[in-house]
Design a binder for this molecule. Structure first.
Ligand SMILES: [Cu+2]
Length: 147
């Protein structure tokens, strides 16, 4: 009986080791995929910086003005970009709010977004460059409060 039990434990251990090995292989694959994705993005995305300004500040529930400044690596305004914004809340089960931004001055884009609920928001800025390349930028609007 004792021998049998030992044999079972051995088999159990071996299985465990096998599972662990599979897991580490999967983990390696994931790391590799992430690294690939990053490199891909670096090659695709030019050196643009996006800075944002939200009014009112501190943020309140309701229609808010979002101003985006887009500049290239040398600080020159990046013009002619089409920008779409998607506002999401940090909790699940709420549909996103969409907005577009218009270029009001070279490299400056202005938008209005209806922050319809109090709490923490994050905004995904989708940029389509004049040459057709696309990139996403994300920022947070935390602590939106009831007026
Ligand atoms: Cu919500």
């Amino acid at each position: 009986m004792q021998l049998l039990a030992a044999a079972r434990t051995n088999t159990g251990n071996r299985c465990l080791i096998r599972v662990l090995k599979t897991k580490s292989v999967i983990a390696l694959c994931v790391c590799f995929a992430v690294a690939q994705a990053c490199r891909h993005q670096d090659a695709l995305v030019p050196d643009l910086t996006v800075t944002h300004e939200v009014a009112p500040d501190p943020p309140r529930v309701g229609l808010s003005a979002i101003k985006l400044k887009v500049a290239d690596a040398s600080g020159k305004p990046a013009t002619g970009i089409r920008i779409k914004l998607e506002g999401n809340m940090s909790h699940a089960g709420m549909s996103p709010v969409f907005a577009t931004a218009n270029e009001t001055e070279p490299g400056q884009y202005s938008s209005r977004m209806d922050l319809s609920m109090a709490g923490d928001w994050y905004v995904v800025v989708h940029l389509i460059l004049p040459d057709g390349r696309e990139l996403d930028h994300q920022f947070e609007i935390k602590g939106v409060s009831q007026p």
